[in-house]
Design a binder for this molecule. Structure first.
Ligand SMILES: CC(C)(COP(=O)(O)OP(=O)(O)OC[C@H]1O[C@@H](n2cnc3c(N)ncnc32)[C@H](O)[C@@H]1OP(=O)(O)O)[C@@H](O)C(=O)NCCC(=O)NCCS
Length: 181
């Protein structure tokens, strides 16, 4: 019998939290940009996110806790048949509970529905946590860009994965619980 307890492990995402995954909304944008900045990631900023909210090719998701605070985000866009992932981030105190995995699984599911057949991203070669996360989700290193990052200098790794029919089908617990977002 399926375990429906709040901390049940989701077989697909290996989730260890009941954080909800929802579409990003206007009211999330300040927290989203702050989280990106806190993580040292480039942020497109509130105004650019606001415009992107109405773009049907955008895949913009947040993870929220019981108080509906943003504790994670995924920001990506489908370009033709490719999901280009810009940022994935989780609040430090919520890490290693499967939240990024849930966001990624939901993002790939949404992208599959929008016609994406592969996903691609760039990350710092020194970012071991992100690299391990993406490898866990079947991404492989497909290229690199030397001297791509500054402060501190680093090369970029390009990682990609195929998006298959299974991504479109898997139910993600709590995803689209609120269709207005
Ligand atoms: C990378 C990041 C998004 C991972 O978020 P998370 O919610 O902690 O990730 P998950 O709990 O879903 O981890 C899934 C798997 O990824 C791997 N992983 C995640 N963090 C890791 C770490 N610090 N060290 C080693 N492996 C790690 C593990 O295999 C983990 O599974 P496990 O916990 O069962 O071992 C988070 O560390 C973060 O926000 N970092 C700062 C922002 C950033 O660098 N984003 C990526 C660039 S776009």
């Amino acid at each position: 019998m399926k375990d429906e307890s709040p901390d049940a492990t989701d077989a697909f995402t290996n989730a260890k939290t009941d954080a909800g995954i929802q579409r990003m909304g206007e009211s999330d944008l300040t927290q989203v940009v702050k989280l990106e900045e806190d993580c040292g990631l480039n942020s497109r900023g509130v105004e650019s996110y606001r415009r992107l909210l109405s773009d049907p090719h955008a895949v913009l998701l947040v993870a929220v806790n019981a108080e509906r605070e943003v504790i994670g985000l995924l920001s990506a866009t489908v370009v033709v048949d490719e999901l280009q992932i810009d940022n994935v981030a989780v609040v430090e105190s919520w890490r290693r509970r499967g939240i990024a995995s849930k966001l990624l699984a939901a993002g790939l599911q949404d992208a599959a529905r929008k016609g994406a057949r592969q996903a691609v991203l760039e990350l710092r070669s020194a970012n071991a946590a992100a690299r391990a996360l993406y490898q866990r989700h079947a991404f492989v290193v497909t290229g690199n860009r030397p001297n791509y990052y500054r402060n501190p200098p680093d090369q970029a790794l390009i990682m990609s994965c195929q998006i298959g029919p299974s991504h479109a089908k898997h139910p993600i617990k709590n995803f689209e619980a609120d269709p207005k977002r």
